[in-house]
Design a protein around this ligand. Structure first.
Ligand code: FES
Ligand SMILES: [Fe+2]
Length: 360
């Protein structure tokens, strides 16, 4: 693993002007978000023969799992006049046919139009196969459903490069949803992403929660790949005070705004911070594991919720600081994972001269 002193393409933080501007948010939606895959739901919450709806950024999505086939993702939007086929954020429900509530066009779970009302009476000859639901790329990794919203996303293996390298086949061990958590945060998504990449604050801001999990800072080990970075910390075993590589707690940071936590007992947590508007984001947490771990799901999600609530106060406060014209201070080596993700962001956003803080 690279030492904390790895050389970084950036040595200072992104300027505050990128954290609250509507124009930046529009460009992120147009250029940054479409480059990546987005975790949207656990596979275990979409059984075969069911559908569910959700919102991702400004899009209403409909996920389906046709019997005998792979899961599919569509815009939750009827091609006739644009009405949503199902209410947004509807939980998974058994479904054989989707019937539009406006004029009754009817689709199967593969998105094919199967019937329209009064078909012979359209002005022009009506061909059902001309009017499928609009599909989006959909993938299953780490027992989660991932959706791409652009035509040319980075391959998911590359987006999660270090996760795939470090976890290997363990990543694809079938897992179920143990528990989940969602909160709105009054901060730009980058404040939340930066904070979750910030290995400088844990001992200070989370002394009785995350810091206990991650242990002494002197045992921190970092690794950086093209898209994903890693903090590995040894999990203290009874009678074992030192580093134990085989039993590390792994914290990955990945674009566009996601984090993956992996415990030695096979549990995974996925945390995502999709933006709502320049000053707000949504925090989504999915805890995945073996069905035999189900009885501890609530306890574990409450543990995660405790340190994430400590973070909420900090990120919402930092947002106000940034909004007041802050010139960010110097970056510490334990903030290297932030710089790593910011370099990637700057490259994709086409920031020719990465803005630097005065103290660079
Ligand atoms: S909008 Fe769906 S059938 Fe007309
Ligand atoms: Fe934190």
């Amino acid at each position: 693993m690279a030492a904390n002193g790895a050389s970084f393409p950036r040595r200072s933080f992104l300027a505050a002007e990128h954290y609250g501007s509507a124009a930046v948010a529009v460009r992120e939606r147009a250029v940054y978000a479409p480059r990546f895959w987005h975790p949207v739901a656990p596979l275990s919450s979409l059984p075969e023969g069911s559908v569910l709806t959700l919102e991702l950024l400004d899009l209403l999505l409909l996920l389906s799992h046709p019997p005998g086939g792979p899961p599919r993702a569509f815009l939750n939007r009827c091609p006739h006049r644009g009405v949503a086929l199902l209410p947004p954020a509807a939980g998974a429900q058994p479904c054989r046919r989707l019937v539009c509530p406006y004029h009754g066009w009817t689709y199967d779970l593969d998105g094919r139009l199967r019937a329209a009302a009064r078909e012979p009476e359209f002005f022009d000859p009506f061909v059902r196969s001309d009017w499928p639901l609009t599909g989006l790329a959909c993938a299953v990794r780490a027992s989660m459903l991932w959706v791409a919203i652009g035509p040319d996303p980075l391959p998911l293996e590359q987006q999660l490069d270090l996760v795939v390298q470090e976890l290997g086949p363990e990543l694809e061990r079938p897992r179920v949803l143990l528990a989940s958590l969602e909160r709105d945060l009054a901060c730009n998504w980058k404040i939340a992403h930066d904070n979750t990449l910030d290995d400088y604050h844990v001992a200070i801001a989370h002394p009785t929660t995350l810091h206990r999990q991650q242990g002494p800072v002197r045992h921190y080990r970092h690794r950086f790949a093209a898209h994903t970075n890693l903090l590995a910390t040894p999990v203290a075993a009874p009678g074992h005070g030192g580093p134990a590589a085989a039993a590390d707690f792994l914290t990955f940071g990945a674009p566009p705004w996601i984090h993956l936590l992996a415990w030695p007992d096979g549990r995974l947590a996925l945390i995502s911070f999709p933006p709502r508007d320049p000053g707000r984001c949504r925090m989504q947490v999915w805890l995945l594991g073996d069905p035999s771990q189900q009885h501890r799901g609530q306890e574990w999600i409450e543990e995660l919720g405790a340190f994430l609530e400590e973070d909420r106060a900090l990120v919402e406060s930092a947002q106000r600081g940034y909004a007041s014209g802050l010139k960010p201070g110097p970056a510490h080596r334990l903030e290297g994972r932030i710089l790593h993700q910011q370099a990637l962001y700057a490259r994709i956003m086409g920031l020719e001269e990465p803005p630097r803080s005065d103290s660079a």
